[in-house]
Design a protein around this ligand. Structure first.
Ligand code: GDP
Ligand code: IMO
Ligand code: MG
Length: 428
């Protein structure tokens, strides 16, 4: 089982960090392939809680080599502070590998992200303000700065000047902001260069060799399927491809090398930021999911919007990612409801629709059609096998599996590493 992708099947925050960390002890490499420090992945090991933003969750497993692939956008200040934060807590980060082709988030990207959101007003996306969109925009516009540019000062100067020429016009003339000084940015970036240098590597070569040698490589997605710039709820999305294909472009590994694609799926649904969300709750049930589930953003501290499980979305995630398995998380949060509604289809303009509509307008009108499943009251957080779950919890999992189109191979019953029921091994 040399290469697996693990990704979010909904709108992010499904519990990818915990799932990756769980497998980290048995894999040789964990690779982030897209996104940046917009991600917030929580990992709980014993009584220690870690919030990772840019670093792959495999960094907490001593035998595992963490890799930041070419598809990731890297804020060098965040990278260094996350590394030193982990070092202070005794975590060895010396094995980290960083692609020389990854693009850098600079202070002008975060500035543009924030002023654009302000300018959009009511139409804003609700970004994390970390400069993600403007950095990917520069990449596609071919005016981005890559990690390797830190090691050629004259190229770096030329590139920063080229990127700022146009941006400064916009900042000054449209947003009424002061222009950004290219020389200052160059100096700031050069100050990071030596500290980052030991990690920089040809990660595509290393990962392909590792797979050919039979090593186990896990690609860890940030965000989620519905936040994908191609397959998500555009324009209320992030600016990268968290879906399975993104692992190929974002790490330089061909699709024929990937054996398994695991979708992390929360037993209910959450979303942060703006955009449509058919099963969103505005009542006491939504508040209860938020409180019991601890649904507050790891990156921005914003309250997450909460709602019931949406099987239409799960089916869609199976389709666009070619999922082989699901890892169902946070089943314990649903303990105590007498009945649990599950969205099985939508009603759009009076018609029943079973699949996610491709039209944005239709999706905005989608009303959930619910089926009620019986709940349970027993504490399930100590369950170690599927048969130890109450009958109604078993039936809930089986119903979700049937509706979602791929086997549920693991179930999370708490935030800790060991609070997991493994049904089928991901590594066999
Ligand atoms: P990620 O962005 O997908 O890694 O997810 P986040 O870390 O942003 O949010 C998931 C939250 O749920 C974190 O606080 C996890 O510690 C927690 N969590 C993960 N799995 C479970 C689970 O099975 N049960 C409970 N109660 N919490 C979980
Ligand atoms: P993890 O990896 C949930 C959302 C933002 C916003 C939109 C665009 O922890 O699951 P961006 O800053 O990326 O341009 O914002 O995407 N978003 C996330 N929502 N979890 C995340 O990451 C997210 N990363 C970005 O809230 O709506
Ligand atoms: Mg998160």
């Amino acid at each position: 089982m040399p290469a697996l992708v693990l990704l979010g099947a909904q709108w992010g925050d499904e519990g990818k960090g915990k799932a990756t960390d769980l497998l980290g002890g048995s894999v040789d490499y964990v690779v982030r392939y897209q996104g940046g420090n917009n991600a917030g992945h929580t990992v709980v090991v014993g009584d220690q809680k870690y919030a990772l933003h840019l670093l792959p969750s495999g960094i907490l497993s001593p035998g595992c080599t963490p890799v930041i692939g070419n598809g990731v956008v890297v804020d060098p200040a965040v990278l260094l502070s996350e590394l030193s934060g982990l070092n202070e807590r005794g975590v060895d980060t010396s094995k980290l590998l960083l692609s020389g082709n990854a693009h850098l988030i600079t202070p002008y990207h975060t500035t543009v992200d924030k002023v654009t959101e302000r300018f959009l007003g009511k139409r804003k996306i609700g970004t994390t303000g970390r400069g993600i969109g403007p950095t990917y925009a520069d990449k596609i516009n071919r005016v981005g700065i890559r990690v390797q540019d830190l090691y050629d000062e004259s190229i770096l100067e030329q590139k920063v000047e080229a990127a700022l020429d146009f941006k400064n016009q916009i900042l000054a003339k449209l947003y009424n902001r002061r222009a950004i000084d290219a020389a200052k940015i160059v100096d700031e970036l050069l100050a990071y260069a030596e500290q980052i240098k030991p990690y920089v590597a040809d990660t595509t070569l290393i990962l392909n060799n590792a797979i050919d040698e039979g090593k186990v490589v896990l690609f860890e997605g940030g965000q989620g399927t519905l936040l994908d710039v191609d397959h998500g709820t555009y324009p209320f999305v992030t600016s990268s491809n968290p879906t399975a294909g993104g692992a190929c472009t974002g790490a330089g590994v061909g699709p024929t090398k990937i054996n398994r694609v695991i979708g992390i799926l929360k037993a209910y649904t959450t979303r942060v930021g703006a955009g449509p969300f058919p099963t969103e709750l505005f009542d006491k049930d939504g508040e209860a999911l938020r409180t019991i589930g601890g649904e507050r953003g790891v990156t921005t501290g914003r309250d997450r919007r909460c709602g019931w499980f949406d099987a239409v979305i799960a089916r869609y995630a199976t389709r666009v990612n070619g999922l082989t398995d699901f890892f169902l998380t946070k089943l314990d949060v649903l303990t105590g409801w007498e009945q649990i509604p599950v969205c099985v289809a939508y009603e759009i303009d009076g018609k029943r629709v079973e699949e996610l509509p491709y039209s944005q307008s239709d999706f905005h009108h989608a009303k959930p059609i619910y089926e009620m499943l019986p709940g349970w009251t027993e504490d399930i957080s100590k369950a170690k096998t599927f048969s130890e779950l109450p009958k109604n919890a078993q039936a809930y999992v089986k119903a979700l599996e049937e509706m979602s189109g791929a086997p549920i191979s693991a179930i999370g019953v708490g935030p800790g590493r060991d609070e997991t029921i493994e049904i089928n091994s991901f590594l066999s």
